[in-house]
Design a protein around this ligand. Structure first.
Ligand SMILES: Cc1ncc(COP(=O)(O)O)c(C=O)c1O
Length: 404
């Protein structure tokens, strides 16, 4: 009898770091300059060039930091309101609280799970200061109506683009629209990963200036400038009570090389998403929403929703996938279900019917560039084994189904 073959566990996600990133990090370490310096500057310049538009890019140590800085620079302060969605990670809303302001949550669209622009307009009050759309999974929100509303009502728009590199809206890359700032995440699982990291992108020179100062203690000079310029290194002025949000050159070294691979990475993500679409279309589930013709989806996440008549519940599906050696995840447990947000703002599932209903059914399948075709085939086979209706034998009884 042939020995049983045990497949190693297929993780839900894994970063794609190659020899190029390793060599660049080694160079950074050998250079003797570890904190914010020339490599961070180069990463910012390369990123702005990738955006292909007249934008400034400011590297920070996380998207959370970037969102906090962007809101602060946009003038959000105590008792202001910022409209966003509960269908996101807690970072989106927590940065609003950092500033003493309040998130006002509006439901997502049933089809895309992105913020609904009609609900957004209806939620505006005299205290509203900004709107924070979140491009869920890498699919752009309907940005044109949001930006139109914001301009008409004198509100700021700060895009949470943690999932959206590269994503387009109206044929333009997210990061180059007419919002006030856009923030990307380079967390280990993202489409460009530096371990921890983020980038603020803006066309507004005043907002960029404020973020630059506030990301380093409110000091008017960064560390590299202090040690390289003619003005004595010991001299600096604190002009505001800032934060410690600067990116290190070690992280920037990874980012520089990841950015060079971004289009290749994205091509592979599109290929994997297309293959899932084809292989899973006939099952009791709903495939992820696609962008309009000609637009780009970053495919950071591949999120399916199990139908009501699915042979397995969402939790059961995840448990069986785990037993089959395959990692999956849930994006997101909406914020109104977390104790802090629920209790502080007295939120209930009935306030957000689309987000609440989606949460019960969503599963994120593994989609990352290091997955091989064989890895994906395993995921597809396991998914089909769990979700295909039981086959009937000649006398109409269910044929036994192999455990996925
Ligand atoms: C939608 C969204 N916004 C913000 C963040 C925060 O990103 P970071 O970990 O870079 O701070 C995340 C992280 O996963 C996210 O999913």
């Amino acid at each position: 009898m042939a020995p049983a073959v045990h497949n190693p566990f297929l993780p839900f996600c894994a970063p794609d770091v190659g020899e190029e990133e390793i060599a660049e990090v080694v160079d950074a370490l050998r250079s003797g300059w570890l904190t914010t310096g020339l490599r961070t500057k180069r990463f910012e310049e390369d990123f702005a060039r990738y955006m292909g538009s007249e934008v400034e890019a400011l590297a920070v140590n996380s998207a959370t930091a970037g969102l906090h800085l962007a809101l602060e620079a946009a003038g959000v302060g105590p008792a202001d309101e910022v409209i966003t969605t509960p269908y996101t990670f807690t970072a989106t809303a927590e940065v609003i609280r950092y500033l003493g302001a309040h998130p006002v949550f509006v439901d997502v669209r049933e089809d895309t799970l992105n913020i609904d622009s009609d609900f957004t307009e209806a939620a505006i009050t005299a205290r509203t200061k900004a709107i924070m759309p979140v491009h869920f999974a890498g699919l752009a929100c309907e940005m044109a109506p949001i930006i139109r509303t914001a301009k008409r009502r004198c509100l700021k728009v700060i895009e949470d683009a943690a999932h959206a590199l590269p994503t387009t809206s109206g044929g333009r890359l997210i990061g180059t629209l007419d919002s006030d700032a856009t923030v990307f995440s380079f967390y280990a699982t993202k489409t460009l990963a530096t371990g921890e990291g983020g980038m603020i992108v803006t066309r507004d020179p005043a907002l960029a200036r404020r973020c630059r100062v506030m990301r380093l203690h409110g000091i008017d000079r960064d560390a590299f400038d202090r040690y390289m310029s003619e003005t004595p290194a010991w001299f600096y002025s604190v002009v505001a009570p800032g934060f410690k949000y600067n990116m290190t050159d070690v992280a920037a070294a990874i980012g520089i090389q990841q950015l060079r691979k971004l289009n290749r990475f994205h091509h592979r993500r599109e290929e994997l998403a297309r293959r899932y679409d084809e292989a899973l279309a006939d099952l009791c589930l709903r495939l992820p929403a696609h962008p309009p013709q000609g637009e780009v989806h970053a495919w950071h996440l591949y999120v399916v929703r199990l139908n009501d008549d699915s042979p397995a519940s969402r939790d059961d599906f995840i448990a069986r996938m785990t037993r089959a050696g395959i990692g999956t995840s849930v994006h997101f447990i909406p914020l109104h279900l977390h104790p802090y947000w629920r209790d502080t703002y007295r939120l209930s599932p009935s306030d957000f019917p689309n987000a609440s209903r989606a949460y019960e059914r969503v599963v994120s399948l593994p989609l990352y560039t290091r997955m091989t075709d064989a890895d994906q085939e395993r995921v597809i086979r396991a998914t089909r084994a769990i979700l295909s209706p039981p086959r009937r034998n000649a006398i109409g009884a269910p044929a036994s189904l192999a455990e996925a």
